[in-house]
Design a protein around this ligand. Structure first.
Ligand code: C5P
Length: 221
């Protein structure tokens, strides 16, 4: 059995990908499966933590002993994260949150009309949840972890993003057409605000999750 080094701790993990509705049947979404977030939730529970998993549009079984809170859109995810983070020791934002959402929601299905050009989709910015909870910590010493998917110049972009977001740890994944999203395995580097850099070799999402909790636990003690 795992060391119960997170016993007595409350951790919050977001997983999956938000869907931003255009009308009752259509949305803007992304390819996040939620597997990395679920692996984080399972491993934290195995290490003794009380876990709140905020799940955005995932199709995975609820991990045993984990409190699962569904959230569909970025705005709903923000509400759920802020509520759960109020008494959390650590928050890990593994969800792929849409940066933008449609400015308007049509209450009826958008129809195509003959001889008429389609209407452009106007977008507005979503709140940046990770930046917000990092800037305004619910508790002193709360450890906040973000994820970043980068396609090029991974370390430089990751370092800049860590500073911009203001979180303690940033897990940087290199993504490409056949990498990471929906896959069983992952390869990453975890950047720390204190300058630390932990490479994570290609391996199961559970292994990356354990390394994240090692780094979080070290910062809680
Ligand atoms: O800026 P970018 O989307 O690359 O940042 C990714 C990280 O920020 C992830 O941890 C994601 O959960 C979080 N995020 C967020 N709110 C947003 C966009 C991203 O919390 N609106």
């Amino acid at each position: 059995a795992a060391e119960p080094d997170l016993a007595g701790r409350h951790v919050v993990v977001s997983a999956g990908g938000t869907r931003e509705p255009l009308d009752p049947v259509r949305f803007l979404g992304n390819r996040s499966s939620g597997k990395q977030g679920y692996a984080l939730a399972r491993t934290a529970a195995a290490r003794g933590a009380r876990v709140t998993l905020i799940a955005a549009n995932t199709a995975l079984p609820d991990p045993a002993g984990v409190d699962v809170v569904p959230a569909g859109t970025a705005v709903q995810l923000r509400e759920a994260v802020l509520k759960a983070a109020a008494d959390a020791d650590a928050v890990v934002m593994a969800a792929a949150v849409a940066d933008f959402r449609p400015a308007a929601y049509a209450t009826g299905k958008i129809k195509k009309k003959d001889d008429q050009e389609p209407e452009p989709i106007v977008l507005v910015r979503n709140p940046d949840i990770l930046a917000e909870i990092s800037a305004d910590r619910a508790r002193p010493g709360q450890v906040i972890v973000g994820f970043a998917a980068e396609t090029d110049d991974v370390l430089a972009h990751g370092r800049a993003k860590l500073v911009r977001k203001g979180c303690d740890l940033l897990v940087v994944n290199e993504v490409g057409e056949h990498r990471t999203f929906g896959a069983e395995e992952n390869e990453a580097v975890v950047l720390a605000a204190d300058g630390g850099e932990t490479p994570v070799p290609h391996g199961p999402k559970e292994a990356l999750a354990e390394i994240v909790w090692d780094l979080v636990a070290a910062r809680l003690h």
